[in-house]
Design a protein around this ligand. Structure first.
Ligand code: MEV
Length: 426
C-alpha cells in the first residue's frame, strides 16, 4: 500500500497519537520518537495549544550577549539562533560601542497599518474624499472592537486613503492606523480592519476584498545610532574599511541583501527569544530597505570630523511584550525578564541597537581579518565533533585544523587518529 498523508481528523488526535502516525509514515526509530517526545520547557499541553497538529517542540540554543549599553542602561541580551559566532560577535562589538557611550535608540509610536481593499468604485478619487469626510465614524466602528486597547490610550487613530493603480484598474486602498501599544498588534488590527470594511465599501460605492495588517510597518520605526572612537574598532584603517563596506551595500542590492542579513542575525535572534513574529519583522525590514525603489542597506556608516565612526540604523520593528507567544511560551517570558524591558517600545529600541551592533561586528570582521577567521574556530569545533572527537579532543582537533587552515571532516578524522595514537603511546 502506498503511504498516504491524507489523514482525516489528524488534528483531533493527541500529540502522542500523531507522533505514532508520523513515526510509522517516516520510519522513525524509537530513539527519534523519544527525542521528539521530550517537550522540555515548552511542555506538551502548552505546545499543543500554540499551533496545530503538534508532535513535539523544536529547540534552538539561547545564548546571552553581554556588554550592551543602550540609552545609558546595561542590558543582557538573550538570543535564540542556530548560527555560531553571532552571540560572540554581538558581545564583542557591543564592548566596542561602550568606548563611545554605547548605543542610543529611540522608537516612534506603536502605529500599525490595517489595509482594506475596495474594488469596483467608479469614482475612486471622489470616494477617497467621501471616506476621509467620514473618518470619525470609521474610527469609532474600529474602536468599538477593542475597548481595552482604547482604555490603554491605543486604538484606531487615523485613516489614509490611497488610489492604487493595478492590473485590474484603480483600487481604493484604505489604511486604518492603529496604535497597538504593547502588542505586536496583528490581532487587534485585523479585527478592526474587518469591522470597518463594510462601511467603507458602502461609502465608496464598491465592494471590499482583503482586510489585513501591512507588515511594512513604516509608522512603527526604530532608530539606533552609535559613535565610536576608531581605536575601539582597531584603528583608522578599519573604521574606513567599515565605511567602504557600507558604501558597497548602499550601492549594490547583491551586497545589501547580505549586509542586511547580518543586521537580521541580531534582530531575529532577539525577536525569536521574546516570542515575537520574526517573519513579520523580516518582511517589514526588507520592504523598508526597498522603499526608494531600489533595495538598500538599512544602516549607514560614516566618519565624523573628529574621526569617530558613526553608525545609524532605521527600520520598522513590530514587536510586542503582551499577547501571542510572548506570553504563552514560558521561555519567551523568561527572556523578556532577562531583558528587563517595560514596554514594546523599549523592546524595539533594544532590538534596533542589537541590529546595529551586529552589523558593526560583521563589517568590522569583513573589513579587517575577514569573516572566516572568527567563524572558523566554532565551525572547526562542530567539524571535530562530527569526526567523533569528544571532551578535550574537540578543542585540540579544532585548533590544529584552524592553524593549518583546513577545516574538513576527513582532516579532523586524520588529526583525531594522530592525537589518539600519541596519547596511547604515553
Ligand atoms: C553571516 O551570517 C552574516 C554576514 O554575511 C553579514 C555581512 O556580510 O555583513 C557576515
Amino acid at each position: 500500500m502506498p503511504k498516504t498523508s491524507r489523514i482525516p481528523g489528524f488534528y483531533k488526535l493527541t500529540p502522542e497519537e500523531r507522533l505514532r502516525i508520523v513515526a510509522e509514515f517516516a520510519g522513525l526509530t524509537e530513539e527519534e520518537v523519544d527525542l521528539l517526545r521530550r517537550f522540555g520547557a515548552l511542555d506538551e499541553s502548552t505546545a499543543n495549544r500554540m499551533i496545530e497538529n503538534v508532535i513535539g517542540a523544536f529547540q534552538l540554543p539561547i545564548g546571552v550577549a553581554v556588554n550592551f549599553l543602550i540609552n545609558g542602561r546595561d542590558y543582557m541580551i538573550p538570543m535564540v539562533i542556530e548560527e555560531p559566532s553571532v552571540v560572540a560577535a554581538a558581545s564583542n562589538a557591543a564592548r566596542m560601542t561602550r568606548e563611545g557611550g554605547g548605543v542610543y535608540a529611540q522608537s516612534t509610536e506603536s502605529l500599525m497599518i490595517g489595509q482594506i481593499q475596495i474594488l469596483g468604485v467608479k469614482d475612486p478619487h471622489g470616494a477617497r474624499f467621501e471616506i476621509l469626510k467620514n473618518k470619525d465614524e470609521i474610527l469609532e466602528i474600529a474602536n468599538e472592537k477593542d475597548p481595552v486597547l482604547v482604555k490603554l490610550g491605543g486604538g484606531a487613530k487615523d485613516l489614509e486613503v490611497r488610489v492604487v493603480e493595478s492590473k485590474l484598474g484603480p483600487m481604493l486602498i484604505v489604511h486604518l492606523i492603529v496604535d497597538v501599544k504593547d502588542a505586536m498588534g496583528a490581532n487587534a488590527v485585523n479585527t478592526m480592519a474587518e469591522a470597518v470594511a463594510p462601511r467603507l465599501a458602502s461609502i465608496a460605492g464598491g465592494r471590499f476584498r482583503l482586510r489585513i495588517i501591512s507588515n511594512l510597518a513604516d509608522k512603527r520605526l526604530v532608530r539606533a545610532w552609535t559613535r565610536i572612537p576608531p581605536e575601539a574598532v582597531g584603528g583608522k584603517e578599519v573604521a574606513e574599511g567599515i565605511v567602504e563596506a557600507w558604501a558597497f551595500a548602499d550601492a549594490d542590492p547583491y551586497r545589501a541583501a547580505t549586509h542586511n542579513k547580518g543586521i537580521m542575525n541580531g534582530v531575529d535572534a532577539v525577536v525569536i527569544a521574546t516570542g515575537n513574529d520574526w517573519r513579520a519583522v523580516e518582511a517589514g525590514a526588507h520592504a523598508y530597505a526597498a522603499r526608494s525603489g531600489r533595495y538598500k542597506s538599512l544602516s549607514t556608516w560614516e566618519i565624523d570630523e573628529k574621526g569617530y565612526l558613526v553608525g545609524t540604523l532605521e527600520m520598522p520593528l513590530a514587536v510586542g511584550i503582551v499577547g501571542g507567544a510572548t506570553r504563552t511560551n514560558p521561555l519567551a517570558r523568561i527572556c523578556l525578564k532577562i531583558l528587563g524591558v517595560k514596554s514594546a517600545k523599549e523592546l524595539a529600541e533594544v532590538i534596533g541597537a542589537v541590529g546595529l551592533v551586529q552589523n558593526l561586528a560583521a563589517l568590522r570582521a569583513l573589513a579587517a581579518e575577514g569573516i572566516q577567521a572568527g567563524h572558523m574556530s566554532l565551525h572547526a569545533k562542530n567539524i571535530a565533533i562530527m569526526a567523533g572527537a569528544v571532551g578535550d579532543e574537540i578543542d585540540q582537533v579544532a585548533e590544529i585544523m584552524v592553524r593549518e587552515k583546513c577545516v574538513r571532516v576527513d582532516k579532523a578524522k586524520e588529526i583525531l587518529e594522530r592525537i589518539r595514537k600519541e596519547k596511547a603511546k604515553r
